[in-house]
Design a protein around this ligand. Structure first.
Ligand code: THU
Length: 138
């Protein structure tokens, strides 16, 4: 699956999702967009609430939409946030993405101007624990 073909669509989807973020507490909107191996697209934004740690990340929203639609294989995920720093997925989201990743899954960290850095799942979460570990248990 060529990610070049979908690059603009994924960026736009993530960017539009960021504009929908519900972030009255952090004021830090994040958007995420997923391309599955089957060519389907999903988006998510972060959604906060008054009990601060109970908020959900943009990546979690996009993954939930994907799974609800019956899809479980991420080809590419775009994440976009504000500012000059790389808005990389938090530790919890790295594990959530890992569940639906393969060796060629790419995580693209974006800013307003476009993709700033593209990483493999193994670069983002090396020595990760995944579904295979459970399968190997006897
Ligand atoms: N956040 C995300 O949604 N995704 C990330 O990759 C980094 C952090 C959210 C969580 C919280 O709503 C806000 O950004 C500030 O941490």
């Amino acid at each position: 699956m060529s990610n070049m073909k979908y690059r603009d669509a994924l960026f736009d989807l993530a960017n539009n999702a960021m504009s929908k973020a519900y972030v009255p507490y952090s004021r830090f909107p994040v958007g995420a967009a997923i391309l599955t191996k089957t060519g389907k697209l999903y988006a998510g934004c972060n959604v906060e609430n008054a009990a601060y740690p109970e908020g959900t990340c943009a990546e979690a929203g996009a993954i939930a939409a994907m799974v609800l639609d019956g899809e479980t294989q991420i080809q590419d995920i775009y994440v976009i946030g504000k500012g000059e720093e790389l808005v990389t997925p938090c530790g919890g989201c790295r594990q959530k993405i890992r569940e639906f990743s393969s060796v060629d899954t790419k995580i693209h960290i974006c800013g307003a101007e476009g993709v700033r850095k593209s990483l493999t799942m193994n670069e983002l979460l090396p020595f990760s624990f995944g579904p295979e570990n459970l399968e190997q248990a006897s």
